[in-house]
Write a protein that binds this ligand. Structure first.
Ligand code: NAD
Ligand code: DAU
Length: 331
């Protein structure tokens, strides 16, 4: 099988490519990635010739059309992915997440190619901290930020192309990922690399917001499960029952790195900060038989701390610029 992975030089896409090469030797992988600040070709370097990397834009109609004629499956990870950036400059989010998805959908429609759409639980908005409920596939869309609203819009484009044009597509909406190769702008790698750089971790607001953490490898086994066994046109929520408030995550990082539990700073909150995300992944588990490989968040986090400790060359070049940007917003 030939698979075109958009955004394959980013965090989740690169992990998907590594997993695919390791576990599906009959699959030929081509990556289409614009190599924005978030795309890092060195994440794919260990794979050598096993992967073809094409530097280009998912909104480039001609390039996308040519690559889609040369593949059997498109897995669309490419996106502008960081909420804080979307509050400062939303336009790249509209262009890549909406126009880019539209461009891919038109190409898979023209050429009858199977498509899997990677999306986020943030399309459902947020839950109260004391709400016993969790998101399901039937939860109404209610996104909060420019990032999540463009992801919601991209999901709706996919659903419309399924209904109106009969494309062969599946969708997945996953909770917060952690693991190797995640950009240091994101919460967990920022705090790990802060500690490793002698900087105190930074918690927005009071640190009470809750995220539902899943190891990136589990996200990607779920994506392959949906591609292999999912019903065309269906949406599947991906989550591993990893709810935790941000303060507890920071305390765990401090424990794993041998620092005092209170060695962090409270900083300015994110405008419009979603309170809590929580995923009910019953459909994926019962209909498709998926289970996570990393049931323990503590073990997965310990492995991630070790990865950042032993891969300083991978993240050092980005660290100073990221911290300078956060300093401008008091974060
Ligand atoms: P990331 O920011 O680490 O990587 C995004 C990749 O897309 C980068 O390699 C970047 O160069 C590439 N890209 C950006 N604009 C492009 C364009 N116009 N054309 C081609 N390539 C472009 O993001 P990530 O965290 O790996 O997220 C990947 C996908 O998973 C996104 O669609 C995101 O919405 C979704 N998602 C992320 C999470 C999470 O916790 N990180 C959770 C659920 C869903
Ligand atoms: O839920 C899935 C989403 O998870 C994905 O769709 C997004 O692409 C991904 O970036 C992530 O979004 P979040 O906004 O939840 O992730 P982020 O890593 O930016 O922040 C996680 C939480 O930590 C959030 O409550 C904000 C908080 N935070 C973040 C940073 C960077 C801090 O307290 N301090 C920080 O320094």
């Amino acid at each position: 099988m030939r698979v075109l992975v958009t955004g394959g030089a980013g965090f989740i896409g690169a992990n998907f490519v590594h997993q695919t090469v390791a576990e599906r030797p009959d699959t030929q992988v081509t990556v289409l990635d614009a190599l924005t600040y978030a795309g890092n070709p060195t994440s794919l370097a260990p794979l050598g010739d096993a992967v073809t990397l094409v530097q280009g834009d998912v909104a480039d109609t001609g390039l996308v059309d040519r690559l889609v004629t040369e593949t059997d499956l498109v897995v669309h990870f490419a996106a502008e992915s960081h909420n804080d950036n979307s509050l400062e400059d939303p336009f790249p989010f509209v262009r890549t997440n909406l126009v880019g998805t539209f461009t891919l959908l038109e190409a898979v429609r023209r050429h009858g190619v199977r498509y899997h759409h990677i999306s986020t639980d943030e399309v459902y908005g947020d839950l109260e901290l004391d709400d016993p409920g969790r998101f399901t596939e039937d939860t109404p869309y209610n996104p909060s930020s420019p990032y999540s609203s463009t992801k919601a819009g991209s999901d709706l484009l996919v659903r419309a192309w399924v209904r109106s044009f009969g494309i062969q597509a599946t969708l997945s909406n996953c909770s917060n990922n952690y693991g190797p190769y995640q950009h240091v702008e994101k919460f967990i790698p920022r705090q790990i690399t802060n500690v490793l750089s002698g900087i105190r971790p930074k918690l927005y607001g009071q640190g009470h917001n809750v995220r539902d953490w899943i190891h990136v490898e589990d996200h990607n086994t779920a994506v392959w499960t949906i591609i292999d066994k999912g019903r065309p046109g269906e949406t599947y929520l991906i989550g591993a029952d990893g709810e935790m408030d941000n303060r507890s995550v920071v305390e765990m990082i401090l424990e794993l790195t041998g620092r005092p539990a209170d060695a962090y700073d409270l900083v300015a909150d994110r405008p419009g900060h979603d309170l809590r995300y929580a995923i009910d992944s019953t459909k994926l588990r019962t209909e498709l038989g998926w289970t996570p490989r990393y049931p323990s968040f503590h073990d997965g986090l310990a492995a991630t701390v070790d990865w950042y400790r032993t891969h300083q060359d991978w993240w050092q070049a980005d660290k100073a610029a990221v911290e300078a940007r956060y300093a401008r917003t008091g974060q």
